[in-house]
Each structure stands twice: as structure tokens, then as C-alpha cells.
Design a protein around this ligand. Structure first.
Ligand SMILES: N[C@@H](CCC(=O)N[C@@H](CS)C(=O)NCC(=O)O)C(=O)O
Length: 292
């Protein structure tokens, strides 16, 4: 049982994709919560003994419901929808087709620990953002960062990844190119999906759209957002505008921008598009041409 003062308490980070999804879902379901906003790479707060009592796996988000912790963003989304089925937006797809397609689409698009970095749309978006994590880690001495991750992070892959990011300032370039090619594939697939004129992934808004909001917002953060034009992606561009126009977007996403993340973006991109934008446009063009 986690000490708590209100029914729902959320441990989260402004720019974490999984945290953004849970905040969007809480907003869409109109469920209030106490916010425990944390810093990750900036301070290593998630590696502290205090947070390990809340989540021994040291990751966010953690939603605490009446003292019981819930750890996985997808499970949290489903949990919230089942907890308040009649309140706010229904998050599980409302058609049989939608329910049948859900797991496949989640597997193809979601940031999941059982999918390797760069092997689907979500893990490619996370991979493409690692320059930002590296830039934030640079604010702390390398030895401090390595000590923290090597001695306190329970995940072997992640402890190495964070040290590599701190020491190299990013991952090897071919990996970023792989992420970009997989992103192009995901964008082309989703453009096709939306081309029948549906408003959301399953017709009505659902948890897949919650995820896409976080993913597309991240594409903007890594300065690849100009790929959304009516020329390249007419249906996805309209869809992205629809997602941003929802009342949940500002309170769940924009209002939780973290200063160190914005500073890292400015430092890396200096207001210019990502150097990977031409590759993304090129790869997307090829895939869209193959679809017709
Ligand atoms: N499967 C988890 C993944 C959570 C996760 O990886 N969270 C990241 C932020 S998006 C994190 O806390 N990373 C910090 C770290 O590993 O040190 C979920 O869906 O909630």
C-alpha cells in the first residue's frame, strides 16, 4: 500500500510518452488526480530509494488508486476505462472490429518493453528522441550519471543505454536512420488507415488515439513535425489537428512541458527542422508511392 491522500495519485514526468498517455486518459475520463511530477534524466529522482518504494522498476508513470499502484500505461488506460465506463470518453474501441484489431495495432504502434527499439512505430519515436535524453544527461557530470545508472537502475539494457547516451551524446547514426525508416513506415500505414475518412483510429476516439496524440506530439518535439502537410499526409495531418483540438490536449500535454526538455530541444535543433527530416520525407514518399 502506497501512502496517499487522494483517490488517484499519479507519479509521472512531463515529457514521458507513457505519462502523457495516462494524463490524456485521466483527462478524457474526467478523473481528477494528485500530481507528483518527477524529473528523470535531469536528477535521477526515479532512482532514489523513496521512488523505489513506489516502483522498484524505477519507471513512470505509476498511478496509485486508493493506495494500490498500477504500473503499465496500457493496463492503466484499460483500468481507467473499466473503472468509469460511463464517465467522460469511452476509451476501449466500441466496435467488434475495433476490439479485434486492438492488440495488433497496439503491437505495431505502441512503446512496449517487449518490442526492441526501432522495431515498431512507438519504439522508433522513443529511439529518435534519445538525443534529447542525452542532452539532458549532459547537465550532470558523466561519472555521476554512470554511477547512478550502473548501481541503481534495475534494467540491464537501460543502464547501459543511459551510460552510452551520456558518453556519446546519442546513439550510433545508423540506428537513428533505422528509427526514421520505421517511422516512415508507420506514418504511411496510418495514413492509409485514415484514408477512408474516419475521424479516429477506430472511428470513435479510443485509447489508440490517446497513444497517437503522445506519439505525434513527440514527432513535433524532435523537429520532424513538418512532415505533417496536406501534401505528404493529408489524412494524418487532419487527424493530428483533430487530436490537438481536443480539450484534453492542453491540460495533459502542453501544460506539463518540462523546462529541461524544452531547453534541450532548443540546444539541439536551434529552431531548425531535424537533420533527419529529408530522410523521413524521402522514405515516406517511397512508401506512399508503393501503396498506390
Ligand atoms: N511499460 C511501461 C514503460 C514505462 C517507461 O519505460 N517509462 C519511462 C519514461 S516513458 C521511464 O520511466 N524511464 C526512466 C528510466 O528508465 O530510467 C509503461 O507502459 O508504463
Amino acid at each position: 500500500m502506497i501512502p496517499h491522500e487522494t483517490e488517484f495519485e499519479l507519479y509521472h514526468y512531463g515529457e514521458s510518452l507513457c505519462s502523457q498517455m495516462v494524463r490524456l486518459a485521466l483527462n478524457e475520463k474526467q478523473i481528477g488526480y494528485t500530481s507528483h511530477h518527477m524529473h528523470l534524466e535531469l536528477t535521477g529522482e526515479n532512482l532514489s530509494p523513496a521512488f523505489k518504494k513506489i516502483n522498484p522498476n524505477v519507471v513512470v508513470p505509476v498511478l496509485v488508486h486508493n493506495g494500490a499502484p498500477l504500473y503499465n500505461s496500457w493496463e492503466i488506460l484499460r483500468y481507467l476505462d473499466n473503472y468509469a465506463p460511463q464517465q467522460g470518453t469511452k476509451l476501449l474501441p466500441q466496435t467488434d472490429d475495433g476490439m479485434a484489431a486492438l492488440d495488433g495495432l497496439v503491437h505495431e504502434n505502441a512503446l512496449r518493453s517487449d518490442v526492441a527499439l526501432g522495431e515498431n512505430f512507438g519504439t522508433s519515436i522513443a529511439g529518435a528522441s534519445t538525443y534529447i535524453l542525452a542532452n539532458i544527461l549532459k547537465r550532470r557530470p558523466a561519472l555521476r550519471v554512470m554511477w547512478d545508472y550502473l548501481t541503481k537502475h534495475p534494467d540491464r539494457m537501460r543502464k547501459i543505454a543511459f551510460c552510452v547516451l551520456r558518453l556519446r551524446g546519442g546513439l550510433p547514426k545508423p540506428l537513428y536512420e533505422k528509427f526514421i525508416r520505421r517511422l516512415a513506415q508507420g506514418l504511411a500505414d496510418n495514413e492509409k488507415r485514415m484514408s477512408d475518412g474516419r475521424a479516429y483510429m477506430f472511428g470513435n476516439y479510443s485509447l489508440l488515439d490517446v497513444m497517437m496524440t503522445a506519439h505525434f506530439h513527440r514527432l513535433e518535439d524532435v523537429h520532424l513535425g513538418t512532415i505533417f502537410t496536406s501534401e505528404h499526409l493529408p489524412h494524418l495531418t487532419a487527424y493530428w489537428q483533430r487530436l490537438q483540438a481536443r480539450p484534453s490536449y492542453k491540460p495533459a500535454i502542453l501544460d506539463f512541458h518540462s523546462w529541461e526538455w524544452r531547453a534541450a530541444m532548443d540546444d539541439i535543433y536551434k529552431g531548425q527542422p531535424s537533420p533527419f527530416l529529408p530522410l523521413l520525407a524521402d522514405e515516406l514518399g517511397k512508401r506512399l508511392a508503393n501503396q498506390t
